[in-house]
Design a protein around this ligand. Structure first.
Ligand SMILES: Nc1ncnc2c1ncn2[C@@H]1O[C@H](COP(=O)(O)OP(=O)(O)OP(=O)(O)O)[C@@H](O)[C@H]1O
Ligand SMILES: NC(=O)c1ccc[n+]([C@@H]2O[C@H](COP(=O)(O)O)[C@@H](O)[C@H]2O)c1
Length: 235
């Protein structure tokens, strides 16, 4: 997901600093999830060899569940504080065609955005913006009543933006074409990326295969598989 997102953003003229995986808080209570400290450790192992992807354990470490908007806000603050002190930052408006002066972090609530960046006290640095990276099923969920708070959806779309990786069974283009939809209103802030190699990988399916004792080799990085076996997760 991160590689596809970064490739598309760079093609569109963005300056991508990196991607963050942010494992969800245990209080999200999604069935089948391992405890957060194990998910943070597995994400770290998966990101270890990536020059792009990092892990942010802030969300998982909070006292209660955090909404995705607040995770994006935290990430943006943390990256900007680390990249450049306040007095060396400038806000950049994004033009319709050129984003080259904008620096981005991409966040995926996978149970995601990024940073690197030069620090030059003498030069005004553009502010980094965090974006939500997710699959098309999650973008669809933004329009399902009761799942997300409408003001959060507006802020995510307006202030941050979305990178959406296509998933079969999810038709985001159709939703975006509906003039009544918030996705239509903010379509200029939604970047759709089609995976050239369609994959139906789902974390629920992987957990289910693990539970049956079946192989998941090549679906997960080897160090993550080793960790799952060592910690006896998902069985
Ligand atoms: N194969 C995939 N293609 C595109 N996006 C994906 C894919 N798998 C996961 N994602 C996205 O990654 C994010 C985190 O997904 P999550 O960990 O909930 O896994 P999931 O596979 O969507 O879960 P489930 O098995 O419950 O559907 C979501 O935004 C989801 O849409
Ligand atoms: N209101 C919200 O901020 C909101 C609602 C639903 C899911 N999410 C996030 O989406 C991610 C994936 O959730 P699911 O695995 O349930 O699709 C999680 O990180 C979760 O926190 C956020």
């Amino acid at each position: 997901m991160f590689e596809l997102a970064a490739q598309e953003l760079i093609k569109q003229g963005y300056d991508v600093l990196g991607g963050y995986m942010s494992p969800v808080h245990d209080a999200y209570n999604k069935r089948g999830l391992a405890p957060a400290h194990h998910r943070v450790a597995m994400c770290q192992l998966a990101a270890d060899t990536s020059p792009l992807v990092m892990v942010d354990s802030w969300e998982a470490a909070q006292e209660q569940y955090q909404f995705s908007l607040h995770v994006l806000q935290h990430l943006e603050r943390a990256v900007n504080d680390a990249c450049c002190p306040n007095d060396t930052q400038v806000h950049c408006e994004t033009g319709a065609t050129g984003h080259s002066s904008e620096r981005l972090g991409v966040g995926s609530t996978a149970d995601t955005a990024g940073m690197a960046g030069r620090k030059d006290a003498d030069v005004k640095q553009p502010r980094v913006r965090s974006m939500l990276l997710c699959g098309a099923d999650m973008v669809e969920s933004l329009t399902v009543p009761g799942v997300w708070q409408p003001d959060h959806v507006r802020s995510i779309l307006q202030d941050h933006g979305l990178v959406c990786i296509g998933r079969i069974h999810s038709d985001v283009r159709r939703l975006m074409a509906d003039p009544a939809s918030v996705l239509h209103e903010f379509q200029h802030n939604i970047i759709l990326v089609e995976d050239p190699v369609v994959n139906e990988i789902s974390s629920t399916k992987i957990r289910s295969e693990l539970c049956k004792g079946h192989t998941v080799r090549y679906l997960l990085p080897d160090p993550v598989i080793d960790y799952i076996q060592k910690e006896h997760l998902y069985c």
